[in-house]
Ligand binder design. Structure first.
Ligand code: OFO
Length: 174
């Protein structure tokens, strides 16, 4: 069955939200790089790539269901944060916002009796649990180290391992 107009529009909005996530996180990559925090920059770069993958899931889904993808304008993202903790707090808040959007989409799927969309969206429900928990974990770590320069370097080093893991995974699947 072809996708309904209401769902098609809502999913096109979601592609925009996912790309906005990528854009916001790339803004954070630039901020962390400027601060000399390469581990955090690497972590956020992997995060931004995941967001593009999320957008592409919706992109492909709309097409598979016979709909038409419509790309929207993206606003310029924030460039500066008061501290790495504030940046990660903003990322966590943004993930909660996205979780709300996924829940709204599920409601639409129910109202429209769109089982296929509902099943596709289940993946995102699980993914958002992971997204919220991974950003919250870093917020908690940074809150704990406070103003300690040594602590910040330790956290930066740990977060830097994510990029190495992601690169390893790419190597394996290639
Ligand atoms: Fe970060 O989960 Fe998509 O936006």
């Amino acid at each position: 069955m072809m996708i309904g107009k209401r769902m098609e529009q809502a999913l096109n909005e979601q592609i925009k939200h996912e790309l906005e996530s990528a854009y916001l996180y790339l803004g954070m990559v630039a901020y962390f790089q400027a601060e000399g925090l390469d581990g955090m920059a690497g972590w956020m770069e992997v995060q931004a790539q995941e967001e593009i993958a999320h957008a592409m899931r919706f992109f492909r889904y709309i097409n598979e269901r016979g709909g038409r993808v419509e790309l929207k304008a993206l606003a310029q993202p924030q460039k500066e944060w008061a501290s790495p903790l504030e940046a990660f707090r903003a990322a966590y808040e943004h993930e909660r916002f996205i979780t709300g959007k996924i829940n709204d989409l599920l409601k639409i799927a129910e109202e429209e009796d769109d089982n296929a969309a509902e099943i596709m969206l289940q993946w995102f429900v699980t993914e958002q649990v992971e997204e919220e928990s991974s950003t919250k974990r870093v917020v908690d770590l940074l809150a704990r180290v406070g103003d300690s320069g040594h602590g910040l370097i330790m956290v930066d080093r740990e977060l830097g391992t994510r990029r190495a893991e992601a690169a390893g995974a790419e190597g394996r699947s290639a």
